[in-house]
Design a protein around this ligand. Structure first.
Ligand code: ADP
Ligand code: LRH
Length: 480
């Protein structure tokens, strides 16, 4: 039987890539066609995404990819572009780390109390959920002129095909979707004065999303027709689809700019306890729920590296491995670390404020970050199991953080569970496999995971060290 080729466009907060997946009945290979940086730009009005440069990267990537049977697009969540009545983009999309959402949640909760909002949408509180962004933008002329809102992957799909839609897994991060029905939360939108007509009709992974436009074929040197297939367009939905689990009793951590730590469930958990613990119910493939918590992730390290003039990461991680463990930890779930800038100082200040030794060298700060991430992974996975009544025997780590062996080992130690690390390009693989499934090459979700487990290089970490030290460190943060 034939092997098919699929292009996966995967845009993360730190880099974009176009990957080519070759899928056969019992084979799966992924190769990088093109990778390009994703650098937000600060202009007088705030922090913006350079979406035209990303689109140029996508076109260059498709050219490098060559002949493919279909294309799928995923990216980070929550952000969007606005189009005017002619379909033209109104300004650069606002970055979710922009300061415009500060203090907005309180205004929203005055209309729809936080508990009601959680019951209706299942989403954890994060200042950047699209609902808060739209509330922050309420009185802007740009929004007044907008006739359409397209989430980032939907915007790129529109530019590639001319067709508009709103992909469901990513739509679930707007906080305007009801996880129980998979449809818009009409009541919440109406009460907050958000016009759902701005959104294009919902589409689901597997739905067709049009054909590459003639100009796109010309620019990329491809021969048409080339279909674009809807995938789990939220990068985390695609990454979770590519967790190579062989049973049901697993937790996952998608590591990159963020750490998304949690479980795959068949129904949302909407209890008050779950809300208080700030767990989210995002939608995954086939009606599944991604029950997880956002943890600041390797963003903390990325920002420190930027402050230190981008030293060699490998060398720094070797030095950090030699620093004594758990001397100081910070709360890696704290939204205080969301904004860019001064990260080494902010981490040192958090240690000082909690009466712990203040890390000084770059190796000490790096160690503090990795210990803190492992501790946050431990907390999230323990709490998710309890709140969802879903015990696990193994933790799967996928994404860029799988290349950080120290982080993987510390996570195994902190969780007291075996860790299976890989694949690194999970979002791209999930993207490719949903396309392949749509074209009949692989079966259900479990088949897809078995194929990954058989074909992808995975690294196993066994928990080591003294579990009591992690309990002590956790207590140190809890008593603050
Ligand atoms: P995103 O999709 O959010 O942009 P990625 O999944 O690409 O993020 O992961 C990026 C992260 O992976 C970086 O912040 C870095 O910490 C980690 N990483 C990348 N390469 C290496 C490496 N060679 N060694 C250790 N960590 C790495
Ligand atoms: C990871 C991610 C995450 C969202 C954040 C905005 O790339 O999509 O799932 O919470 O970006």
């Amino acid at each position: 039987t034939a092997v098919r080729s699929y292009a996966a466009v995967d845009l993360g907060a730190s880099s974009g890539r176009v990957m080519v997946g070759r899928v056969g009945p019992d084979s799966l290979e992924l190769a990088e066609a093109h990778r390009f940086p994703n650098r937000p730009v600060r202009v007088p009005e705030g922090l913006r995404w350079d979406v035209l440069s990303l689109y140029a990267g996508v076109l260059a990537g498709l050219r490098a990819a060559g002949r493919v049977d279909s294309v799928g697009i995923d990216s980070w969540a929550v952000d969007y572009g606005l189009l005017d009545a002619d379909g033209a983009l109104l300004g650069n999309p606002v970055h979710y780390r922009d300061a415009r959402t500060e203090g907005v949640a309180e205004k929203v909760w005055a209309t729809v109390p936080a508990a009601e909002l959680y019951a209706a949408t299942g989403l954890q509180y994060a200042p950047f959920n699209t609902l808060y962004q739209l509330t922050a933008a309420r009185d802007t002329r740009q929004l007044a002129h907008a006739r359409r809102l397209l989430l980032i992957p939907d915007l790129l799909t529109y530019w590639l095909t001319g067709e508009q839609g709103t992909e469901l897994t990513n739509a679930s991060t707007t906080q305007l979707i009801d996880p129980a029905t998979g449809d818009w939360s009409y009541g919440v939108a109406a009460r907050l004065g958000i016009d759902l007509e701005l959104f294009a009709p919902l589409r689901r992974p597997g739905d067709p999303a049009g054909l590459l436009r003639a100009e796109v074929l010309e620019e990329t040197g491809l021969t048409g027709p080339v279909p674009v297939t809807t995938v789990g367009s939220h990068d985390t939905a695609s990454a979770v689809a590519a967790v190579p689990a062989t049973g049901e009793r697993f937790a996952y951590i998608c590591t990159g700019t963020w750490s998304l730590a949690g479980l795959e469930l068949t129904a949302p958990v909407l209890t008050e306890e779950s809300r208080a613990a700030n767990f989210t119910n995002e939608l995954g493939l086939d009606g599944t729920v991604r029950y997880l918590r956002n943890i600041m992730g390797l963003w903390l390290l990325q920002e420190c590296l930027r402050a230190w003039g981008d030293p060699d990461l490998g060398g720094l991680l070797r030095e950090a491995a030699a620093v004594p463990a758990l001397r100081s930890v910070v709360d890696a779930g704290d939204a205080a670390f969301l904004a860019p800038g001064r990260m080494p100082e902010r981490i040192a200040e958090a240690c000082r404020a909690s009466g712990q030794p203040v890390p000084a060298s770059s190796a000490e700060i790096t160690r503090c970050i990795l210990d803190s991430l492992a501790l946050a992974h431990r907390r999230a996975i323990a709490q998710a199991q309890r709140l969802a009544d879903h015990p696990v025997d193994v933790v799967h780590i996928v994404g860029g953080g799988t290349r950080n062996a120290l982080l993987c080992q510390l996570t195994a130690d902190a969780c007291g569970l075996p860790v299976v690390a890989g694949p690194t390009e999970a979002a791209a693989l999930g993207n490719v496999l949903v396309q392949a499934r749509t074209h009949g090459l692989v079966g259900d979700r479990a088949d897809l995971r078995r194929l990954l487990a058989r074909t992808q290089p995975l690294t196993r970490y066994t928990p080591q060290g003294d579990a009591e030290r992690w309990r002590e460190a956790e207590a140190r943060l809890a008593t603050r």
